[in-house]
Design a binder for this molecule. Structure first.
Ligand code: SF4
Length: 731
């Protein structure tokens, strides 16, 4: 099919797929004529969006046909040479040979994979299979480490397994939404609309954020919290639930463990102290506790504001504590719902593409999991290692020290996203071999590649994507790949075959890989795709758990103790099995006391402002796709730094002046937007713009890479900075 015609002129064909941007995972319908997507609309039958799309989704097809696509492979023999084009087959052979040479000379840990939540489930699975099963490196990580690692680790510790216990359906019956550290209006617009429909129907909306975002503007109660003090508030709320006895003691007794230590722990969070830490009014904190106490079903939503923190895992635990205490979990309209950033970050978590993960929510740290996977991959017992890399930050640090000598980066742009990015640049400059697999030629990271491999875009290949709520949508191929581009899974399989692993990587289709993935049913966690198939997915999206012979498309409530996808758990008191059983040894979710600590870096005399980073509604990540779409660029045309009017006055700044933003790590220069959306002493900058769009725009030159010790997610959200006016003559 390479380069050939797919659908001929006059063959107007309708193809269903999924939006390639955020984790809401909206279904789309494309009209294709003469190998071009000529029209795109929301899929009215898709359970994530019922036809609705935001500006990014509506225009997503435009990025397929733009110039700047990577249509062939490029290679250079030495770092000081220019890359030259090479046909794809010899390029794959050369990639395999150079990769083998590094492993032969320096051992498997000298090679690392850095992959993405934007590639298909099948590509994520094969990357992990090649890394852990065959190369046997301990280094594979993904850009999910920068967004969802804390939520995943928090879910595992509190509930026993990763993934949300509930679904989007809960948004239709909740009577209260508690949104913390998430600007849903800008970052998850279609789900925000669903939530607002329910709010218009009478549900209450509480928003907690240090910045008065578009989401906060719609809140019934907005608490503009001091940055990084969320844990104090969450603990303070649980303390109020206890004081006012708005807890569900039956649920606590039947379905949880660890409550006995909580009252003592919570006594350290009286409302006045919490008000003082968080900068909030005690009356507002009391009001939040009162409203949640009055609600019959409530959903909490959170994302980067809580995850990108040195205590991001604790945030998820503290939120789960609130739900467990009120029994608001695994019931319609209730649950802690982590909003996923990327379209298939959930799939990658299930495939184990971060650190110790193995397919089917397994881990190399568990001997039984290793044995299971060795059998599935036809590996001798003991082949899989029990150790793993320590996350994306450690991966690039190890490369900078010269321990990792080569890496394969697939579908992501670490130079534009990893905090304290100078370390990443130095690491890639030092590495002997940098392989970048991408759909576009010009990215910040591709500049440092020794080998560029052309990956097909989402509309040019088949594959499954899994959204925030465990819903699988089949990306169906609408147009042929550009030039010699190939699906990501196919490039990985061909390189693996050239490395000598042909037998384990001889796949002819993504569907064949999906059938293999189905073998990884995990009755410990309820991860179950056995009833899914490409045939069913061509008809409709499917939400896992999907047991065999299943005729339901949706399974909105997880952890049902029916013994179907998850092992049946008997009651510990000899009574009938409980209706809900969490995937922990005793079937109970865990209360975890999580003491408050502040951000890794507080403002001081040298760096007196706290920088908060985030996204805008009409751009996506590092703008590799959206930056090429005129209508989106017209809506969000340029970067900025938002500062409070009083701070602007003190700095002698007016709108459109430029500010130099410096931290202990680096500098960036951005035009000023004066706004009281931010608090005094704080500032906000979107992270989308980087080197491709101009010099000194990279805000990740400034941000902090201190890590959460559990999730190894970096503190991308906040760091201390100094601001100074730039003389226009020096710009
Ligand atoms: Fe795409 Fe997310 Fe917008 Fe839906 S909300 S159209 S998934 S960017």
């Amino acid at each position: 099919m390479l380069g050939s015609s797919f659908f001929k002129a006059g063959d107007l064909v309708t193809i269903k797929s999924v939006c390639p941007y955020c984790g809401v995972g909206c279904g789309i319908t494309m009209e294709v004529d003469d190998n071009q997507v000529i029209k795109l609309s929301g899929d009215k039958t898709h359970p994530a969006n019922f036809g609705r799309l935001c500006s990014k989704g509506k225009t997503s097809f435009q990025a397929i046909h733009v110039s700047g696509r990577l249509e062939k492979a490029w290679l250079r023999k030495k770092k000081d040479e220019a890359k030259v084009p090479l046909e794809i087959v010899p390029a794959i052979q050369e990639t395999a040979q150079r990769l083998k040479r590094i492993i032969h000379d320096h051992g498997p840990d000298a090679f690392a994979f850095y992959v993405s939540g934007q590639i298909s489930l099948e590509a994520q699975y094969l990357a992990n299979k090649l890394a852990k099963g065959f190369i046997r490196t301990r280094w594979i990580d993904s850009n999910s480490r920068l967004c969802m690692a804390s939520a995943g680790a928090g879910y595992r510790l509190s509930l026993g397994a990763d993934g949300p216990p509930g679904s989007y359906e809960d948004f239709d019956s909740a009577d209260l939404f508690f949104v913390m550290g998430a600007n849903m209006a800008d970052c998850h617009p279609v789900l925000f609309h669903r939530m607002m429909a329910r709010v218009k129907g009478g549900a209450r909306l509480i928003v907690i954020d240090p910045r008065r975002t578009a989401t906060a503007e719609k809140a019934d109660l907005f608490l503009q919290i001091n940055p990084g003090t969320d844990l104090a508030l969450l603990n303070g709320l649980l303390n109020l639930f206890l004081i006012h006895e708005t807890i569900d003691r039956d649920f606590i007794a039947s379905s949880t463990e660890g409550w006995d230590v909580m009252p003592q722990f919570l006594s350290d969070y009286p409302v006045d102290k919490v008000a003082q830490i968080t900068g909030l009014e005690a009356t507002d904190i009391l009001k939040v506790a009162e409203w949640i106490g009055e609600s019959h079903a409530w959903v909490s939503c959170w994302t980067m504001g809580l995850n990108q923190s040195t205590h991001g895992t604790f945030h998820t635990n503290a939120l789960c504590n609130l739900h467990l205490a009120t029994g608001a979990i695994c019931k319609p309209g209730s649950g802690p719902f982590s909003l996923t950033g990327q379209p298939n970050a959930m799939g990658g978590r299930e495939m184990g593409y971060m650190g110790p993960g193995l397919p089917g929510q397994r881990s190399v740290k568990e001997a039984a999991d290793r044995l299971f996977v060795e059998e599935k991959w036809d590996l001798p017992q003991g082949s899989l290692r029990s150790d793993s890399g320590e996350g994306a930050i450690a991966l690039f640090e190890s490369m900078g020290k010269g321990d990792i000598k080569g890496c394969w980066i697939i579908g992501t742009n670490p130079i534009a996203t990893i905090p304290d990015r100078k370390k990443v640049i130095e690491a890639l400059q030092k590495a002997e071999l940098v392989i970048c697999q991408d759909a576009y030629q010009e990215t910040e990271t591709n500049t440092y590649a020794d080998i560029l491999l052309p990956g097909a875009l989402w509309a040019e290949a088949e594959g499954v994507m899994i959204n925030s709520e465990r819903n699988m949508t089949l990306m169906q191929k609408a147009v042929p790949p550009r030039g010699e581009a190939m699906p990501d899974w196919q490039i990985i399989a061909l390189v693996a075959a050239e490395m000598g692993f042909r037998e384990a990587f001889s796949y002819h289709s993504a569907e064949e890989i999906f059938e293999e993935i189905k073998l990884f049913w995990n009755p410990e966690t309820g991860y179950d795709l056995r009833g899914a198939s490409y045939k069913r997915l061509r008809e409709t999206p499917l939400q896992w758990p999907c047991p065999p012979d299943d005729h339901q498309h949706r399974h909105p409530i997880r952890y049902l103790n029916d013994g179907v996808s998850q092992n049946l758990k008997n009651a510990t008191d000899g009574g009938p099995p409980p209706a809900i059983a969490f995937p922990t040894p005793r079937g109970k979710a865990r209360f975890l006391p999580r003491p408050y600590t502040g951000p890794a870096e507080a403002p001081d005399a040298l760096y007196p402002f706290l920088l908060n980073t985030g996204r805008l509604p009409h751009q996506w990540h590092t703008m590799t796709k959206t930056g090429k779409i005129a209508s989106l660029n017209a809506l969000n045309p340029s970067p900025f730094i938002e500062i409070h009017p009083a701070d602007a006055r003190d700095l002698g700044i007016i709108s459109d002046d430029h500010l130099e933003i410096t931290s202990r790590r680096g500098r960036s220069v951005l035009p000023v937007l004066i706004s009281d959306r931010v608090q005094r002493g704080s500032c906000f900058a979107p992270f989308h713009w980087n080197d491709v769009f101009g010099t000194d725009l990279a805000i990740n030159e400034v941000t902090h890479d201190a890590m959460d010790p559990i999730s190894m997610e970096p503190e991308l959200k906040y760091c201390a900075v100094a601001l100074s006016k730039v003389n226009p003559g020096t710009l």
